[in-house]
Ligand binder design. Structure first.
Ligand code: PLP
Length: 428
């Protein structure tokens, strides 16, 4: 092919920079989650423990979500049949949007085919509909938000990650023109939580509109699982809340929730919404079942937090460099692309543990990491196995250990990675 060398060169560049992505061929299993079957290149199959799924609560395997999906598919079919504008809106999506608006205490919600698309469509549309809008965007925002910002015709400025003083400086500089602050409530790669209340304070003081991505928080924080804004009591002070149905809710799809007028404007103007086939009704039904269930299942959220807490402490007690944060994400720092990939490979091949290496551009060069995501279905045995395996891999590859933080009170038993507080994991 005439142009082949360009594609070859592009792929080689990634390989040279040690950030060529290799997919692990997995088959998840409803019964044994977080175990999955790993299909090796040689055709053999091996059970592995998955420690990097964003199905944070295991809702993708939950019987209520599965039966809603199966029942809906057998009643109304597999697909949506077209875009909502030309083929009608399915009842399952209408119900889901009602459930999501109620979850976030907003007048309306609009469902998209993914969280990525909802950010692209909603941010660009809102900014384009506000005359002379200035977008103020957090430096660590997700790719989908950056694409939404870039796609709009509005001017944009980036504020330093979670830096309120910098944000205020930019708000003052902007004067009285329309301003849109876009940020995440929980940043997925470092697990840090945004000062949402303080951002809402600044937005009110300087007359800015607020748009928050709660993708890594919905289902998992707040009394009904609406996210960090609900947990922090500021849901009503944020204009637009964006979420995914693919992580805590275990299905797929994305959405925004807000005032009816804003949602109607996005529905009416966003090309990425108007011209794309709607979410299939069985998927909408599964997501809806999951949202409903998680509104009342605080015990699952508590079990998730407990599993996270124990995993973090056990890893840190083993001298592994866990990045401190207040969330359910457990980044273990390697700080080298090659070593990070090698650690991931060894965990998989030697210990049958799957944790995908996180390299540039998902994180800055030199801050490569293994991103561990415990679920309520990870048991003490899984955790003990993880710590033992990671300590072994760190020794084999010569990755530096750190001193366990003094507040952990590491005793001899926990040094052997076997003394974890009793946890009772909630049955689903
Ligand atoms: N926003 C953030 C912060 C994300 O991390 C992701 C995906 O990981 C998305 C949006 C996209 O969501 P989805 O996977 O539903 O497309």
């Amino acid at each position: 092919m005439l142009y082949q060398r360009y594609f070859e060169a592009a792929v080689s560049r990634l390989k040279d920079e040690r950030r060529y992505r290799v997919f692990v061929h997995l088959e998840r299993d409803v019964e044994s989650f977080p175990l999955a079957r790993w299909h090796r290149d040689d055709g053999s199959v091996q059970d592995v423990t998955v420690w990097c799924s964003n199905d944070y609560l295991g809702m993708g395997q939950h019987p209520e979500a599965i039966s809603a999906m199966v029942e809906t598919a057998s009643r109304v079919g597999a697909g949506a049949g077209g875009t909502r504008n030309i083929s009608g809106t399915s009842h399952a999506i209408v119900e889901l949007e009602r459930e999501l608006a109620d979850l976030h205490g907003k007048e309306a919600a609009l469902v998209f085919t993914s969280g990525w698309i909802s950010n692209l469509a909603a941010i660009s549309t809102i900014a384009d509909l506000l005359p002379n809008c200035l977008i103020l965007s957090d430096a660590s925002n997700h790719n989908s938000m950056i694409e939404g910002v870039k796609r709009s015709r509005a001017e944009r400025k980036v504020f330093r990650h979670n830096d309120l003083a910098h944000l205020e400086e930019l708000l003052i500089e902007a004067g009285d023109r329309p301003k849109l602050i876009v940020f995440e409530s929980l940043y997925s790669m470092n697990g840090k939580i945004a000062p949402v209340k303080e951002i809402a304070d600044l937005a009110e003081r300087y007359g800015a509109m607020t748009y928050v991505d709660e993708v890594h928080a919905v289902g998992m924080y707040g009394p009904r699982g609406a996210g960090i804004c609900e947990r922090d009591g500021v849901m009503d002070r944020i204009d637009v809340i964006e979420g995914t149905l693919a992580k805590g809710f275990g299905a797929t799809g994305g959405y925004v929730a807000g005032d009816a007028l804003v949602i109607d404007a996005i529905r009416s103007y966003a090309g990425a919404f108007i011209f794309s086939t709607a979410l299939p009704p069985p998927v909408a039904a599964a997501a809806c079942a999951s949202v409903r269930l998680l509104k009342r299942r605080s015990d699952l959220r508590a079990a998730h937090q407990r599993a996270t807490h124990i995993t973090k402490h056990a890893l840190a007690a083993g001298g592994l460099p866990v990045l401190e944060n207040g969330s359910h994400i457990v980044p273990v720092m390697v700080r080298d692309a090659e070593l990070c990939k090698a650690a991931s490979d060894l965990l998989l091949t030697r210990h049958h543990i799957y944790i995908q290496p996180i390299n540039y551009p998902s994180v800055a060069k030199g801050s490569e990491r293994l991103r561990v995501t415990p679920t309520p279905r990870h048991t003490q045995e899984h955790i003990a196995h993880l710590v033992e395996a990671m300590v072994g891999v760190w020794h084999t590859l010569g990755i530096p250990f750190v001193e366990p933080p003094s507040h952990l009170h590491v005793d001899e038993k926990s040094k052997e990675h076997c003394a974890y507080p009793e946890i009772k994991l909630a049955a689903q």
